[in-house]
Design a protein around this ligand. Sequence first.
Ligand code: AMP
Length: 450
Amino acid sequence: MTFRDLNLNTPLYNAIDDLGFTTPTPIQAEAFNVVASGKDMVGIAQTGTGKTFAYMLPILKNLKFSKQDNPRILILVPTRELVVQVVDEIEKLAKYINVRVLGVYGGTNINTQKQAVAQGQDIIVATPGRLYDLAVSRVLQLKSLQRLVIDEVDVMLDLGFRHQLINIFDILPERRQNIMFSATMTEDVDHLITDFFTAPEKVSIAISGTPLENIAQTKYSVPNYYTKLNLLVHLFQDAETFNKVLVFVSNKRMADRLFEALDEFFKEELCVIHSNKTQNYRLRSIEQFREGVNRILVATDVMARGLDIDNVSHVINFDTPDYPENYMHRIGRTGRAEREGQAIIFSTEKEQDSLEKIETLMQMEIPKLEIPEGVEISEELIEEERTVIKERNNPIKRKDDDAPGPAYHEKSAKNSKENLGGSYKFKIAAKYKKPKTRGDKNYNKRNKKK
Ligand code: AMP
């Protein structure tokens, strides 16, 4: 495929020639018609794949010259650096087009930005907070908006911008096209799509299901979090084999929990990165891991994305990612530069479906290892394991509000006819989840461990 196949116009062709590009990247080829069609779109692509032009080419091709002041295109990105970078890219591509582009972000004088907005703009590139402030001040009118692009939405949600995004959705015209790009699919991203997008088309560069040959993969079936932890501690005793280990977890809460637990055993050898840590903290962690000062790095999918670290001996999937693509990204961090890498995945009973999806994508079954002797099998459960997890990937998606909440489960538990083996008094007490009398010692003893 060439740029000619995209039926662009002369100003765009000239700009592309000046840039020296010859062929569209895969995401550009895939996304072009979808963006041009006006449908909602979710693009899965990482930085460096040419995603900025993937949405800008069709947008610029279809943006008619206009003298009106209110912007028609809004591009939201998580950081001010990205605002600057995206504006820069658009200016290069729009070199021969008469289009007004403005970047706005927090931490700078809002009045200067207000003046720039008031001059009239076609495309605004913004961080969510500053965009909202400008809109609330009424200097920025969003009623003419046609297309909304949210870039790096996974990072944005990870940084806690969900509420700001929803506030912005509230003040945008309902009839608009939503386009979003994310490097990783996460539960948060999935929820946002379900809640605010209309039948979006998913465009992703087919991730190769063929893992590198020099990555040896194994799996363990592990009943729960604490047993996973025991297994991990057991494996890490062998510091010679496990000499540079990247441990992946799905969210920051789990990252903190695991970090604290491992800290007891491997204090000096351990570091962590996730989005609640400051940029400095993250950079320091990565540096220490890279240099071998720390041999264990606990990381979330989103934060570990850009990591390029050599000689990672093992990638451990402490949980089983719901999206098989994330597994492929994770294990690709080892086995680099011809070296043999090891990838290990822990899965509970509940994670078996996700594991199957991964194995289906790779068209191979990961060899299973038995939990070594000496690893204590714990029966203790963490909070998330006690609550019933909602059915995922249901084609008839229900909204969060409709999902049975804790009360539902509480009720069914209360109604279950389990023989508690005690007197009727205990049954009543259990049913109403409180001691019949304060001094009922037996009741308290019985229910303490629940
Ligand atoms: P992005 O993923 O949007 O951050 O783009 C990564 C880099 O690739 C940017 O420096 C773009 O200028 C460049 N780029 C975008 N499209 C193409 C293309 N079709 N051919 C070569 N380079 C490109």
